[in-house]
Design a protein around this ligand. Structure first.
Ligand SMILES: [Zn+2]
Ligand SMILES: [Zn+2]
Ligand SMILES: [Zn+2]
Length: 738
């Protein structure tokens, strides 16, 4: 992959081994021709992998013996840009140690320069306008290299050889500060100093990053954090905190070895770690999203601070602000100043969010630093576009078995986000040079992504059931092709029977599925209203199961109206959703009456649950007719009694989670036995609950089953596009075989 310094590394290695020849990028990867003494050539190949730069990945090496050509030296050839250029689109990389050392060296010509970069680091994906990845095809093309930069750029022995965003204070981008009126204030170091002052006084500064702007304030200043929340009208959702360095972070929160590795990686994601910095940072959980500076500007900005809140600068559900004009709209109402610069952002890209499960990375949001690296799904089909779901939207383009899953796009119901979605699909198609022959979409007729699929004019179109797509996303990333038992525990997905699915057991391959079991369905009073107001779901379960529980007095009048609605029937679609079951349990425990963001009730339930609790409640598996029904009614009987008796919430929540794990595990074992299946696939948003994922993984594994779950894409709806693509590829292959 270009942009990771592979050719210069090969060049240096060749010189060290004393061989002649050349290295060049070609459409399939890298070609190296070496000539020399037998032992020198052998030494070259023996240590090639060990000398490859850290960010490169050698997938396969093919060697051929050729007649000698009589090379006299070793050279780096200009890129061969003919044909397939996709291998050369790299993700953004966090600033490297070598660049940071230079930035802190008063004798260096890039001393304190906020845009220092090299072949091992810097912006990539977010500044690319077209392929091949050359300076002319990036937003750096407006900057003419000075003589010194040009010399470094053209010198194969220099660590900035072909570093496309190469820049210095003489020729590169410059920092500037916009004051609340939007007028330009100080520039360069003075701009930085003013930003420090504003943040130091408890203010909020919008800061231009790689894929958008952040809103920054002092994370240890409670009043500043409260003001940020108030201004962003985001009372409940956690905000991410960027620490000055790992040591500073470790003085405040425990960080495991694998979490540290992840934080320091080139992708520099937000890592959700255990421990809480206070109400203002993560109001609902005992965890905190933390990350480390990943641009030189971040390092400079954090110099006088231990930690800054760095949350994306957008209006609720809208896409990230991209340029000064967009961010200026946030000035005054939200930000006190804007710290910006003149290197344009080509593509919006949020920070990625991960959580470590042992040594495994689980994505909550896949974005900067990871895109556009493809997921290899091993299907040799024509080009397919999959448009994803609606919340946490992503799309996916597949070609030659490589699935390019887009960055997190967001909530499509917001008009601006939908426009961004369409623009980004067009841009990806152009950049990758792919024109889809087929498009895959969710079955939900009202999703805007579905509308997009019908209007985009692709020759073939495939509707893919939401939970089949979840299951197929795991099959695709794990290379599973045979029959599996797919368990999709999720919020909301359109079922072809007109009900809302979300607690599903599917006998599935990549092409098709059969629904063999599901959670016992309950009416969803008021449809979407019940998603926002979890007490409605609790009431629905209470009425259905005849429980001694009703919502508290505040909701009394609305509650009786909803109860009448439930008893009369219409207006209450049935749902087998696992997410709604968690909503119901959380509301019954008094944890969440109104959800301020998606899955808030479930997140609170997981947060309060006692992790040492081993007890559980009864459940039942009704095998009377297909699909079987996994019935948690008996559990809710006991829970309602526990609540009425004033049992400890931590204990009841813990037991509820254990009950879900036990019920799902038993259903899996029975189904695997019934159908002779050895592979179980787990996907869907509920698997972001660590207790449920780990508990189920352990239970099924202990029973001798192979358990698979998402690692390359999120288990939530951010992974749906990959699954849709896999299903469409498989259907097209099957059609081609007939
Ligand atoms: Zn560097
Ligand atoms: Zn320069
Ligand atoms: Zn889903």
């Amino acid at each position: 992959m270009q942009g990771v310094g592979f050719r210069p590394a090969v060049y240096r290695h060749a010189l060290a081994c004393g061989v002649a020849g050349f290295v060049r990028n070609d459409p399939r990867g890298v070609t190296v021709d070496v000539e020399g003494e037998e032992s020198a050539v052998a030494a070259f190949f023996a240590d090639l992998a060990a000398n490859a730069p850290g960010r490169s990945e050698i997938v396969r090496v093919t060697r051929r013996r050729l007649p000698p050509k009589g090379y006299r030296c070793f050279t780096v050839d200009a890129s061969d840009t003919r044909g397939d250029v996709r291998v050369h689109l790299p993700p953004d990389l966090a600033v490297c140690e070598a660049c940071l050392r230079e930035m802190r060296d008063p004798a260096d010509r890039r001393y304190r320069y906020p845009f220092i970069n090299c072949v091992d680091c810097g912006p990539r994906f977010t500044i690319v306008t077209a392929l091949p990845y050359d300076r002319a095809n990036t937003s750096m093309n407006g900057f003419t290299m000075c003589d010194e930069c040009a010399a470094e750029y053209h010198d194969p022995s220099d660590r900035r050889f072909h570093a496309q965003p190469i820049a210095c204070p003489v020729c590169g981008p410059r920092l500037k500060l916009l004051d609340p009126s939007g007028l330009q204030g100080p520039t360069d170091d003075a701009a930085l100093a003013r930003a420090w002052e504003i943040i130091g006084e408890g203010g909020i500064v919008a800061v231009k990053g790689l894929g958008g702007f952040h809103l920054a304030c002092d994370a240890l200043d409670e009043r500043a954090v409260a003001r940020l929340r108030e201004r962003k009208t985001r009372p409940d959702q956690a905000v991410a905190v960027m620490f000055r360095d790992l040591r500073e972070l470790q003085t405040r929160l425990p960080v495991s070895q694998t979490e540290a590795v992840e934080l320091l990686s080139g992708a520099a994601p937000i890592v959700v770690v255990d421990g809480n910095l206070g109400e203002g940072i993560s109001p609902d959980t005992g965890t905190t999203g933390v990350f480390l500076p990943y641009t030189p500007l971040h390092h400079l900005l954090l110099e006088p601070f231990s930690a800054l809140v760095m949350t994306s600068a957008n209006r609720r559900d809208e896409p990230l602000a991209l340029d000064d004009a967009e961010v200026s709209a946030l000035l005054g109402p939200v930000a006190d100043a804007v710290l910006t610069h003149d290197r344009p952002i080509v593509r919006r890209c949020d920070d990625p969010v991960v959580r470590m499960a042992g040594s495994r990375r689980r994505f909550l949001r896949r974005a900067r630093g990871f895109v556009p690296e493809p997921v290899r799904i091993g299907a040799g089909s024509p080009v397919v576009l999959a448009v994803g779901a609606e919340l946490k939207s992503t799309f996916c383009l597949v070609s030659h078995g490589e699935a390019y899953v887009s960055q997190h796009i967001g909530e499509l119901r917001d008009h601006k986000t939908y426009v961004h979605f369409g623009e980004e699909i067009t841009r990806w198609k152009e950049t990758l040079g792919l024109e889809p022959l087929a498009v895959a979409h969710d079955l939900h007729p009202a999703y805007l992504s579905t509308r997009y699929a019908h209007e985009c004019g692709a020759p073939e179109i495939f509707g893919v059931q939401h939970h089949h797509a979840h299951v197929a996303s795991v099959m695709a990333e794990c290379g599973l092709v045979g029959l599996v038992l797919g368990v999709a525990l999720d919020g909301t997905g359109y079922g072809p029977d007109g009900t809302i699915w979300g607690g599903e057991f599917l006998l599935a391959d990549r092409r098709d599925y059969r629904r063999v079991a599901r959670f016992k369905p309950y009416p969803l009073p008021g449809g979407d209203a019940a998603v926002v107001e979890p007490w409605r779901m609790a009431l629905s379960i209470a009425v259905e199961e005849d429980l001694p529980w009703r919502p508290d007095r505040r909701e009394a009048s609305r509650s009786s109206a909803v109860e009448r609605l439930l008893r009369s029937g219409p207006g209450c679609p049935l749902t087998s959703s696992a997410g709604r079951l968690f909503d119901g349990a959380a509301a019954m425990l008094g944890l969440c009456d109104r959800a301020g963001y998606e899955a808030q009730a479930a997140i609170r339930l997981e947060a309060v649950a006692d992790p040492s609790e081993r007890g559980g409640y009864p459940h039942a598996l009704d095998r009377g007719k297909t699909p079987w029904a996994l019935d948690f009614g008996p559990a809710f009987q006991d829970m309602a009694e526990a609540v009425v008796c004033g049992a400890a919430v931590a204990q009841t929540a813990g037991r509820f989670q254990n009950t879900v794990v036990a019920g799902v595990a038993e259903t899996c074992l029975t189904l695997c036995d019934e159908y002779g299946i050895g592979d179980v696939v787990l996907s869907g948003g509920v698997f972001q609950n660590r207790t449920v994922l780990e508990g189920l993984d352990r239970a099924l594994h202990d029973a001798g089953l192979a358990v698979h779950s998402n690692a390359a894409v999120p288990a939530n709806d951010g992974g749906v596009s990959l699954g849709q693509a896999a299903v469409a590829c498989s259907r097209m292959e099957a059609a081609a075989c007939v």
